[in-house]
Design a binder for this molecule. Structure first.
Ligand SMILES: Cc1cc2nc3c(=O)[nH]c(=O)nc-3n(C[C@H](O)[C@H](O)[C@H](O)COP(=O)(O)OP(=O)(O)OC[C@H]3O[C@@H](n4cnc5c(N)ncnc54)[C@H](O)[C@@H]3O)c2cc1C
Length: 444
């Protein structure tokens, strides 16, 4: 392996050069003890959009080898930190089990999902990934391995859940799983004419469904502001599917790939407006009972490997924030500014979160979260800086797994329990062995 590599996040906006290092779980303590002055950060599959999994001038630990244990009688499963959720689902589904929380891609590692405390369409019911971790093994700065969980060294556990790799290297975790009868979802789709309508529908109806998320047309303005396609689902039962052959076949690997980065951004504004219009119009007014493979329902983008390349050499930014439940007005104002900016975005989703957990750097909190993908462009900076201020004023925060540009000064207001994470780091990593471009940028 070469001595240095360029690392970037999924958005490809802020590359830096670090030293890739590899190890099995047993070799991690040695690597941690010998980390140089620029420290070490563990990396998963690089699906965070910004810079949490890179470390300019320092060590970047690549994912540990995949290892998946048997499903225990209580439905828990033990997996190595580097196991992808794709591989885990492939092992679980034939046994009639699934993960209670899956993000919008299954190409993330178990450790990456814990370190960002990822959420899925089930957050209002199931909470985030960390809520389903029974325990995890963590190599701290001294090289010692600690097994921690909600009942065992809870401060270190919760600092690690959402802690962006800054408390140590996770080497394995035990996770809870849920029973499923099939690898399909029963989906309902509803076209809603504006933001009020989609918010009212989610407020009234989400509690009764397991999975819920709305695609939003961020280019629609005026009376159509926030027009949406709301998609909800449940795990399909065996009875519903009848005789369809093997009902527990796991999702396949992608068959298509974007083979190289085109010299220009292919997500142009005219094309996106037409796409959004067509996407909205083609959605059924209200359809229920559609059967979709779980991969189609949860991970539609995983069908094309390397889709982020279509944004060209400058990459993309995903801006995701949450504001508390009662801050509807802030959400409306922010969406108005996004729509007025006319930036080409075909991927924007709205979700209603349930309550957050004890992780001081965990993102979810009860309220509304909007995730907005947009090509990187200098015009974005003033827009997003302005939105950050409004998010803070509303008592909300941005999601650090998606961030590459937040100003450090806003972090304590967004994450008021930041000092709890710092106190834990002071105890287990006083010399700050674990560092990343993000931790330096945000002065964590
Ligand atoms: C298409 C797409 C859809 C997405 N949808 C969602 C979504 O719906 N919900 C959501 O919450 N997120 C979503 N994400 C973000 C993604 O789920 C998270 O960023 C996730 O953490 C990425 O995991 P990874 O394995 O790629 O980790 P990386 O991005 O490589 O790293 C993420 C963090 O994990 C830390 N880490 C990695 N391995 C270890 C380890 N062994 N020990 C300690 N720390 C470690 C890194 O240091 C870093 O801080 C999406 C991303 C994409 C590209």
């Amino acid at each position: 392996m070469s001595d240095s590599s360029t690392f970037h996040g999924w958005g490809r906006t802020a590359p830096s050069v670090g030293r890739p290092v590899t190890a099995t779980a047993n070799g991690v303590p040695h690597l941690v003890r010998r980390a140089g002055p620029r420290g070490l950060i563990a990396r998963g599959l690089g699906r965070s959009y910004g810079d949490p999994a890179q470390n300019a001038g320092g060590d970047v630990l690549l994912p540990l080898p995949t290892e998946i244990g048997a499903v225990a009688a209580d439905g828990t499963v033990r997996a190595s930190a580097g196991t992808s959720l794709h591989d885990l689902m492939a092992a679980l589904l034939p046994r009639g089990r699934f993960l209670p929380v899956t993000p919008g891609t299954r190409y993330v590692t178990v450790a990456g999902a814990i370190a960002c405390d990822v959420h899925g369409k089930s957050h209002h019911r199931a909470g985030s990934f960390g809520a389903h971790v029974v325990d995890l093994d963590l190599v701290i700065a001294s090289g010692e391995t600690r097994t921690v969980g909600p009942d065992r060294d809870p401060d270190l556990f919760w600092a690690t859940v959402g802690g962006l790799g800054l408390t140590g290297v996770i080497t394995a975790a035990t996770l809870r799983t849920i029973p499923v009868e099939t690898a399909y979802a029963e989906v309902s789709t509803q076209r809603l004419p504006d933001l009020d309508a989609v918010m009212a529908e989610m407020r009234e109806g989400d509690d009764a469904v397991t999975y819920s998320v709305a695609w939003i047309d961020t280019l629609a303005r005026g009376a159509a502001l926030g027009r949406s396609v709301l998609s909800r689902g449940e795990h399909a039962t065996r009875e519903l599917l009848g005789d369809r052959g093997d009902l527990l076949t796991p999702p396949a690997a992608p068959r298509l790939a974007v083979p190289f980065t085109p010299p220009v951004n292919l997500v142009g504004s005219l094309g996106v407006r037409a796409f959004n219009e067509a996407w909205f119009r083609k959605a059924p007014r209200h359809r229920t009972g559609e059967i979709q493979p779980l991969a189609t329902f949860f991970h539609p983008l995983d069908g094309v490997a390397g889709w982020n390349r279509v944004y060209g050499p400058h990459g993309l930014v995903q801006y995701q924030f949450v504001v508390p439940d009662h801050e509807d007005a802030a959400l409306v104002r922010i969406l108005e500014q996004i729509a007025a900016a006319r930036l080409p975005s075909f991927l924007a989703v709205l979700k209603r979160f349930g309550p957050g957990n004890d992780g001081p750097l965990s993102f979810p909190m009860a309220g509304w979260t909007l995730a907005y993908d947009v090509p990187a462009h200098p015009d974005l900076a003033p827009l997003l800086d302005g939105l950050d201020d409004q998010v803070v004023a509303a008592g909300g925060r941005v999601y650090l797994a998606k961030d590459s540009r937040l100003r450090a000064g806003l972090l304590p207001a967004m994450y008021p329990r930041l000092d709890e994470l710092r106190a834990v780091r002071e105890k287990v990593d006083p010399d700050r062995v674990f560092r990343s471009d993000l931790s330096r940028r945000l002065e964590i």
